[in-house]
Design a protein around this ligand. Sequence first.
Ligand code: IPE
Ligand code: IPE
Ligand code: MG
Length: 236
Amino acid sequence: MKVDTSNLKHLAIIMDGNGRWAKSKGKPRFYGHYKGVLNIIKILREVYKLNIFCVSMFCFSTENWNRPKDEIDHLFKYIETFFKKNIDEFIKKEIKINISGDISKLPIDIQKIINESLNKTKNFNKMVFNICLNYGGRDDIVNACKNITNDVINNKINLNDINEISFKNYLYTKDLPDVDLLIRTSGEERISNFLLYQLAYAELIFVEKYWPEFNIKDLHECINIYNKRKRRFGGL
Ligand code: IPE
Ligand code: IPE
Ligand code: MG
């Protein structure tokens, strides 16, 4: 199947349903996270093949701290392993890693491997993998407001220079295009505090499958649906 991605620069994914998937298999929730994290690289490889410039994946939200510590610890371990296992592939493929979210709250080992990945891929521009970790859309906007205010106070920018475009430079997704397509798995139809500013005109697709079973064919189907949508951006 030929998949046209010429109008798709930024794909965002809310990878939801790991826990329910595990439960449906009679397994503990963390097994779902294990399989879910393994699925990230499969989908990322396909996104790369399809020549999509940027993919954002929601790995851990600012609200996910409300979960049991044991579950959070397992998830972070899998994410740490994910970076360790795949960093060489990111470098080989010239995939730039971008992190959205405050990683200073994460375990130190994971911070180290993330910082190494950021450093080693910072000069690439073929594709961006935006990993959203301890990310919240509201936190992103509030943080941007603080930083922009600071720049005004220090005379780095004028109040009159703040506009919808310049504001973007203060978000975690600085330099990335607006989201074109958002896919959420697991049947839930909500944004859950993901990229609020960046999603303003994104097309939304909700799929029933749980994230660990979302595959390349499902991705192709979503993109084909996206290509049939008429995006008007408020015009006619
Ligand atoms: C998504 O799966 C992964 C994270 C939120 C970290 P969930 O863990 O939310 O799985 P469900 O939605 O409870 O099934
Ligand atoms: C959104 O899923 C966050 C991630 C996928 C990382 P949640 O499972 O946390 O969202 P809610 O609680 O169902 O809205
Ligand atoms: Mg969930």
